[in-house]
Write a protein that binds this ligand. Structure first.
Ligand SMILES: Cc1cc2nc3c(=O)[nH]c(=O)nc-3n(C[C@H](O)[C@H](O)[C@H](O)COP(=O)(O)O)c2cc1C
Length: 379
């Protein structure tokens, strides 16, 4: 099998130094206005220095009305470009492919930060959740504006020197809300059939592709199905959507999961990642993520067709993960000691975020109580 320390080349010719990526991680440590902070740059630079081929940033806002986290990095305005340039240059210096994750919170946007009530594809109720405030439905013109906001944010990422963007289509944020039959009850062109529910994601990808060159990498991270909960997401439908997005010009798909070894809920007994890999066009590279802690875990995913393997939690508390896994070393296990984290550029804000919001047991569930509780803070 191909070694995970060998380079990978996307179809557009962009090369990644090795097959290990830092998975997107919200850190809540940028400035309150969305400008990237020194702490965030130091944190991401440390990960690039660790030797990952690709570093994906936190979920970044595409506009003021999209904000889903306190102190969230933003690509929503040109005034953020100087900080973003510094960040992109720092990652490039260490030869990491620098990818910004772009996110719109939809129903999970925070009214106190956006200055408006939360909006979603449609109004929906969650009777089981006490105090749940139903989101308002977006007007069609607002959806078109959000598509443009994504394209403008991607163009800013390009201008700042990033190698690409990843669209956050996982964990219950706006793309998921459009795809899900539970949160998208629209009767117009943006809801109903799978074609209509996928329209938003497809329009976003196409709009980005019109503004950036072919050598700018565009990825799409997706929750293919819930973890045993009803989220209105269907594995086979989402595989179809991923193939449509490939036609629209994405360079990779990212299979969001808490465990690369997880079984599909729909196809009991079958590995979820493998099922996705079998359904998605072979030409589209796939990133696997979830529970990767050892070289064996990386090889498990690659044996099932992962082109890149992303690591989140183990990357926080371990320096130089690629080299360590290459040598077959065992990584330090969670929970991590505060002193160790400080040495690893994990700042106080990030420690607070990790402490207050993790573990988030139902990352991709929009319907359940646990999720509603974390709706304004979840990853
Ligand atoms: C602190 C933290 C923040 C996260 N934030 C994001 C995020 O902003 N976007 C996203 O797509 N996933 C996010 N995730 C999920 C991870 O990318 C990853 O899919 C998940 O943690 C499983 O991988 P792991 O077992 O290597 O941690 C976050 C995870 C953690 C631990």
């Amino acid at each position: 099998m191909t070694s995970f320390l060998t380079p990978f080349t996307f179809a557009n010719g962009v090369r990644v130094e090795n097959r290990l990526a830092v998975a997107p991680m919200t850190t809540s440590q940028s400035h309150a206005d969305g400008a990237v902070s020194e702490a965030e740059i130091a944190w991401l630079e440390r990960l690039a220095r660790d030797g990952y081929g690709m570093v994906i940033t936190c979920a970044a806002a595409v506009s003021k009305s999209s904000i889903a986290f306190e102190r969230q990095m933003s690509l929503g305005e040109d005034r953020f470009l100087p900080g973003l340039r510094t960040l992109a240059a720092a990652l490039k210096l260490h030869r990491a492919l620098a990818i910004v994750q772009l996110c719109h919170g939809g129903s999970r946007a925070i009214p106190a930060l956006t200055g408006r009530p939360a909006h979603a594809p449609s109004r929906y109720e969650l009777p089981a959740v006490p105090g749940f405030v139903p989101p308002l439905a977006f007007a069609e013109a607002e959806i078109e504006q959000i598509v443009r906001d994504h394209a403008d944010a991607a163009a800013r990422a390009h201008e700042a020197g990033f190698a690409g963007v990843e669209l956050h289509g996982a964990n219950g944020y706006l793309h998921t809300q459009f795809l899900s039959t539970m949160t998208n009850l629209r009767a117009d062109a943006w809801g109903g059939s799978l074609e209509n529910r996928a329209r938003f994601s497809r329009e976003v990808v196409r709009a980005i592709r019109r503004l950036v060159p072919a050598t700018f990498v565009v990825g799409f991270r997706m929750t293919f199905e819930g973890m045993g909960f009803d989220t209105g997401l269907d594995l086979d439908e989402n595989v179809r959507v991923m193939n449509w997005l490939a036609e629209d010009g994405i360079d990779y798909g990212h299979v969001s999961s808490m465990d690369v070894r997880a079984k599909s809920a729909k196809y009991a007994g079958e590995n979820l990642f493998q099922r996705v890999r079998d359904g998605v066009e072979r030409a589209l590279p796939l990133v696997a993520a979830g529970g990767v802690r050892s070289a064996e875990d990386v090889r498990f995913a690659m044996a099932r067709g992962a082109d890149l393997v992303a690591i989140a939690r183990a990357a926080i508390g371990n320096a130089d993960v690629p080299a360590k896994l290459g040598r077959g070393e065992t990584l330090r296990a969670m929970p991590y000691a505060l002193d160790d984290l400080r040495e690893l550029q994990v700042g106080d804000e990030l420690v607070r975020y990790l402490r207050d919001t993790w573990p988030i047991s139902t990352l991709n569930v929009v319907a359940k109580e646990a999720d509603a509780a974390s709706a304004t803070q979840g990853a």
